[in-house]
Design a protein around this ligand. Structure first.
Ligand code: GAL
Length: 577
């Protein structure tokens, strides 16, 4: 950024000599002015695009479960988690659809084990996480786990950046089925790319390295071949997605796994990054650490799969902005999770336990734009807290992102605070309803043990439990179309939400954000004009209000007096004459 500002400083000064001086300075320092300028203006842009949906077969409707964070924070242990799981079962929550029991931050020891694997806190999870997963599974529930896309978690415990493979393998081996991946201590990928002299292929029976000069390869965008007086050549201009070098004729005698050597010219000490795409499909990341550059030449090796005969390998650094870095780093973990569960099942000849991948970078890098290619759900906002301002603030952001949701990929406005803090009965109902209308994950955040009375029976009078087990509201959330509601009317006091449902039905919600009662109304004619709504034309409609259970009939108008901070919500279907 500092370097970028320097460029603009010299341009705006408009002094020819100063600009020429800067150019000489950049050249000496090996700085690519175009890359730096692009970096500066693309702070909020996404350069890297992946059109392939993540689609790992999980999360066809929003996930339902419980997480330890909102209620227990860093004070968790095996007994609490098992007691919660038992209470989920006993209270009827499991039957209502809440299946995931998710360990959030602080399940892990600050020490990796002797094989470099994450392990549970040795004091608070004495029997290990695999044992816990087995216990949770024996209750018919699934265990979820947490790490960060950084060097440490938000509670400063070991995390998974650059440990993606081993951690994904560990989770698969433990039988984890939900993985929340935070963003604390993240280290962004470099926007700089190496200068490439050549690529070399070896191993798999090849005696002499097959060498392909970059200057002889196909260059596109800003990629340029540089020829030095001493006869050396290299290709530059691959940074920030501005250029690509493509080797069209990398020929090997048989299909297999080869050593790929990137022969580069070092030009400064910064870390470099690029992605090699083989035959348009397989992507290999190449991360070159900071260097001393004592020698100008360097060799960086990775293993790649090639097919028999000619292969096409193209190389560029797609990272032009923080968004690009986040998208690529989340994709990396998603890829490893898919690989790990598949490999574990194959090796152990058992059914694959797929892992639902929950991206949690707080909406910072607009994950709704790339989350569906990297994982299953993505947090859209900073953390929720157990107060009304927080709930409404989060709703206001998330409600606008409906177009990004679909089965297998949902916006995540954070875990529920129903039953926590000082939310009133009306506010708890509204919070739950809004999350269901927005096709959000329903991950409970309260102490489920309180639903079980000292004599072991269920507290059926608990109004919080009644809210969380309202089958009709859950049904709105879990509707198989997986469409998030549209906010069809809004002002500072009231909102009207419409969510298309399967079987040509629709959910309508009036939300009163104000401090007094609000009279609200909407019509079936208006609903029928909304995109995706397939409610048929009829002379009469049945409207079931989902908190009172009352069913009324209407020809067109639906109206209600909605209490302060409250909702009225209906499922509407056409009545056949
Ligand atoms: C935050 C995250 C929370 C919780 C916490 C744990 O970044 O948004 O939901 O996971 O970290 O430290």
């Amino acid at each position: 950024m500092k370097k970028g500002l320097l460029i603009f400083g010299s341009i705006t000064a408009g002094v020819g000599t100063a600009a020429a001086g800067s150019m000489a300075y950049f050249k000496k320092k090996g700085i690519c002015p175009r890359c730096e300028a692009k970096k500066a203006i693309s702070k909020i842009k996404q350069n890297y695009v992946n059109d392939f949906p993540y689609d790992n077969g999980t999360c066809l409707t929003p996930p339902m479960g419980w997480s330890s964070w909102n209620c227990f924070r860093n004070k968790i242990n095996e007994n609490i988690i098992l007691d919660i799981a038992k209470a989920i079962k006993a209270s009827g929550l499991a039957e209502a659809g809440y299946v995931y029991v998710n360990l959030d931050d602080c399940w892990q020891s600050s020490m990796r084990d002797e094989n470099g694997r994450l392990q549970g806190d040795l004091g608070t999870f004495p029997h290990g996480i695999k044992h816990l997963a087995e216990k949770i599974n024996s209750l018919g529930l699934k265990l979820g786990i947490y790490s960060s896309n950084g060097t440490l978690t938000c509670e400063d415990l070991p995390a998974s950046l650059n440990h993606e493979k081993i951690d994904a393998d560990t989770f698969a081996e433990w039988g984890i089925e939900y993985f929340k991946y935070d963003f604390c201590h993240n280290v962004p990928l470099p926007t700089a790319a190496p200068y490439i002299d050549s690529i070399a292929i070896s191993g798999n029976g090849i005696e002499d390295e097959l060498v392909y000069k970059a200057a002889d390869a196909a260059l596109s965008g800003e990629a340029k071949a540089v020829y030095e007086d001493n006869g050396n050549s290299y290709v530059k201009g691959l940074c920030s997605g501005i250029g690509t070098v493509t080797f069209n004729d990398v020929e090997v005698p048989k299909a297999g796994n080869y050593v790929f050597t990137l022969v580069m010219k070092k030009y400064d000490s910064d870390a470099k990054y690029c992605v090699a795409t083989v035959n348009g499909a397989d992507k290999y990341e190449i991360l070159i650490p900071e260097c001393k550059a004592y020698s100008r030449d360097g060799r960086h090796q990775i293993k790649i799969d090639l097919k028999k005969g000619k292969n096409v390998i193209s190389i560029t650094n797609p990272v032009g902005s923080p968004q690009d870095s986040a998208a690529l780093l989340y994709e990396r973990m998603g890829r490893e999770l898919k690989r790990a569960t598949k490999e574990y099942a194959e090796k152990n000849n058992c059914d694959e336990k797929k892992i639902l991948f929950s991206i949690c970078e707080w909406g910072k890098n607009h994950p709704w734009k790339w989350g569906g290619s990297a994982g299953n759900i993505w947090r859209t906002t900073p953390d929720i807290f157990a107060n009304w301002m927080s709930v409404v603030g989060i709703y206001e952001t998330n409600v606008k992102l409906g177009k990004y949701a679909r089965p297998g990929a949902f916006n995540d406005p954070d875990m529920l605070e129903v039953g926590n803090g000082n939310l009133t009965f009306e506010e708890n109902k509204s919070h739950f309803t809004l999350w269901a209308m927005m096709a959000s994950p329903l991950i409970l955040g309260n102490d489920i043990r309180t639903f079980i009375k000292p004599d072991g029976t269920v507290d059926k009078d608990s109004r919080v439990l009644q809210i969380l087990t309202n089958k009709d509201i859950i049904g709105i959330d879990q509707d198989v179309l997986g469409i998030q509601c549209k906010r069809v009317k809004t002002n500072v006091i009231t909102d009207i939400l419409v969510k298309p449902l399967a079987s040509n039905e629709v959910a309508l919600c009036f939300f009163n954000k104000g401090l007094g009662k609000a009279k609200m109304s909407y019509t079936v004619d208006e609903i029928r004009n909304i995109v995706d709504v397939t409610l048929p034309k009829s002379s009469k409609y049945a409207c079931k209000e989902l908190w009172s259970g009352e069913i009324t009939e209407t020809e067109n108008v639906i109206s209600a007096e909605v209490p302060s901070h409250g909702v009225a919500v209906w499922k509407i279907s056409a009545l056949t004459e």
